[in-house]
Write a protein that binds this ligand. Structure first.
Ligand code: TA6
Length: 292
């Protein structure tokens, strides 16, 4: 591997790829294919990692970009099944790491056979490709390895680092419909150009392909969250009541992040034909806020 790329043991002894390229720093664990760090040159880190995150096989890591697949949230039929699917608590295989003047690209793969889990019987292969550079791109490709079409949900559950979620706005969702999970899953129309959270917020915006903009006056930046292959956007922060009962978040840490998740869930469930591949892609870029 080049001097920009190191394969090493990270927290909990879990294997990770560390990137130190002139364009950006980055980190991705093979466990769960968790991206845990992206820092473009000259900028502050963009992703939030909980100081209380647990790095242990079988446990989801709090922060970065958890991959939710092939279901989002609770399993549709079983209370015993893990939240957010099967792939974020499994070891992925490293396919390759490539580098050019723009940055480093890492590709991981995970095969899920039909008999792996009692909660999912449709064989598929997931490939996750991440480019760490001045901008950031991640693409999740799901190939149907079974003999029949099946439906699935997914999310790139990104934790963005902010100074204070209560002073951060999310733009791009005005005019869309959201499902309010904190209000009986009722549906509402978003009227606001800039959404600022003032309480625990857990919303699934449906039928939207819009680019979202996370605006942080304190850090003096806008994060543009562009997406393709995704029709749902989820926004979430637990606020203190929920955070204090989640040991890997904690009451002191919840203001430091906002989740803006590019997904396909609820009304936007994906149907993939036998042998076909569905891709979801997220592109992140930063812009300064002048005179912030
Ligand atoms: O995306 C929001 C959400 O579905 C919330 O309901 C909350 O559960 C969050 O994901 C985190 O889920 P996790 O299973 O990672 O604790």
């Amino acid at each position: 591997m080049s001097s920009s790329i190191t394969r090493t043991r990270g927290n909990g002894g879990l294997e990770k790829i560390v990137i130190n390229h002139p364009a950006a720093e980055g980190e991705i664990y093979l466990y769960g294919a968790y991206v845990t760090h992206w820092k473009p040159a000259g900028a502050e880190p963009v992703l939030w990692m909980s100081p209380q995150a647990i790095f242990k096989e079988g446990t989801p890591i709090r922060g970065g970009v958890p991959i939710c697949l092939p279901w989002f949230g609770p399993h549709p039929a079983s209370k015993e099944a893990p939240s957010h699917g099967l792939v974020r608590t499994r070891n992925w295989d490293l396919v390759n790491v490539t580098e050019d003047a723009n940055g480093v690209t890492v590709k991981l793969r995970l095969d899920i056979p039909a008999d792996l889990s009692p909660y999912w019987t449709h064989a598929f292969t997931a490939e996750f490709t991440v480019h760490f550079g001045k901008t950031f791109t991640m693409t999740l490709a799901v190939t149907n390895d079974s003999g029949t079409a099946f439906q699935f949900n997914e999310a790139l559950h990104t934790y963005f680092r902010v100074r204070d979620v209560r002073e951060t706005s999310v733009g791009g969702l005005a005019g869309t419909t959201f499902i309010d999970k904190k209000n009986g899953y009722t549906r509402h129309r978003e009227e606001r150009e800039g959404i600022v959270m003032t309480e625990e917020t857990d919303r699934v915006y449906v039928d939207t392909t819009a680019t979202c903009v996370v605006q942080d006056q304190h850090l003096g930046r806008r994060i543009f969250v562009e997406k393709t292959g995704s029709k749902s956007t989820v926004i979430w922060n637990p606020f203190p009541e929920k955070a204090k009962v989640q040991p890997d978040i904690g009451e002191a840490n919840w203001p430091g992040f906002i989740c803006v998740e590019s997904a396909n869930c609820a009304d936007d469930t994906v149907t993939v034909a036998a042998g076909a591949t569905h891709e979801i892609s997220v592109h992140l870029r930063l812009e300064p806020i002048e005179n912030a």
